[in-house]
Design a protein around this ligand. Structure first.
Ligand code: 13P
Ligand code: SF4
Length: 310
């Protein structure tokens, strides 16, 4: 058949042939994380893409992440195994409506969470990720009003942490907004010594139970360094793969969503598979491309983010 028996070996060979680098987000399925050269949160992935030496970047994540790699690398081919791997949060902020929203607040600085399209980035002054959002807002003079888009939950959390009054775009992530507070409290009763660690895209009624809030890399580091032996992990369950590898003796319990499932996977992230990765590398498609004027406009706030995160 067209699909080789040993996909891992075939992918390794193609990687050599193409002089490709494989970048993966922590929400990818474990097999995909295992073939990656670099696994990270959105900040780490952006920094890695910005300093990439390979000829081809194979991105295991969602569309806005692959776009981010392309923003920094106009002359490299950026492959995404499934172009339909979108993001509900990025989709919750359409460019035309965002332009109207921006026009209503002409004095405001626009800080956008990286989970948005290149078109929204192009309309923004600074990009941030969940790892640096608080630090970036803290670098803005207090008298400067700020629009924060598109995630209202991260926005609310950043407003709380910085004491700033942010004008929020009302977007949300379908994965993080469906965690069940009731089930989380029940789980904590079953495991009273477990620490609750959560991603800031979660709703406030869930975040208020968290002992630690951070980006996926932040959560991973917290599990490694905390003296606790058990953690209830309130984010996409893919991150548990690396957590368990790095802290094999610790108990990691995925928090349940409110939809009857035991764990919580991002349907967009999970569209990428090992087989689609192999086919994308073999046929050098599907590829993420960007209009050059949008790319240049989006590069400016991305570069500002990297400069402000040093
Ligand atoms: P981070 O890995 O940057 O925390 O992002 C989480 C997320 O939802 C990505 O889609
Ligand atoms: Fe988008 Fe949420 Fe999926 Fe991340 S987890 S890609 S924010 S839908």
């Amino acid at each position: 058949s067209q699909i080789p028996h040993d996909l891992f070996e075939a992918i390794a060979e193609l990687k050599q042939q193409l002089n490709a680098v494989i970048l993966a987000h922590y929400y990818q399925e474990p097999d995909l994380q295992d073939v990656a050269d670099y696994i990270g949160d959105s900040l780490g992935l952006s920094q890695t893409a910005a300093n990439c030496q390979a000829d081809v970047i194979v991105f295991l994540g969602v569309h806005f992440m692959a776009e981010t790699a392309k923003i920094f690398n106009p002359n490299k081919q950026v492959l995404l195994p499934d172009l339909n791997a979108g993001c509900s949060l990025a989709d919750s902020c359409p460019p035309a409506q965002f332009a109207e929203f921006k026009a209503k607040h002409p004095d405001h600085l626009v800080i956008s969470y990286i989970n948005c399209s290149a078109a929204i980035k192009a309309m923004s002054d600074i990009i941030c990720t969940s790892a640096n959002a608080v630090a970036i807002v803290n670098q803005i003079p207090k008298d400067r009003p700020i629009i924060f888009a598109p995630d209202r939950n991260l926005g609310r959390y950043v407003a709380e942490q910085t004491g700033r009054d942010l004008v929020l775009w009302q977007g949300a992530c379908i994965v993080h907004e469906i965690f069940s507070e009731r089930k989380l409290v029940e789980l904590k009763q079953e495991h009273p010594h477990a620490e609750i660690i959560a991603h800031p895209e979660c709703e406030p009624n869930v975040l208020r139970h968290a002992d630690y809030i951070g980006s996926t890399t932040g959560l991973l580091k917290y599990v490694q360094t905390s003296s606790s032996q058990a953690f209830i992990v309130v984010t996409e369950e893919g991150v548990i793969h690396q957590m368990q590898k790095m802290a094999p003796d610790k108990l990691l319990i995925p928090a349940p969503p409110d939809n009857g499932c035991a764990c919580n996977q991002c349907p967009h992230m999970r569209l990428n598979t090992l087989e689609k990765l192999y086919l994308a590398m073999k046929h050098r498609t599907p590829e993420v491309t960007l209009d050059e004027s949008i790319r240049l406009a989006a590069l400016r706030p991305m570069q500002r983010m990297l400069d402000m995160s040093k």
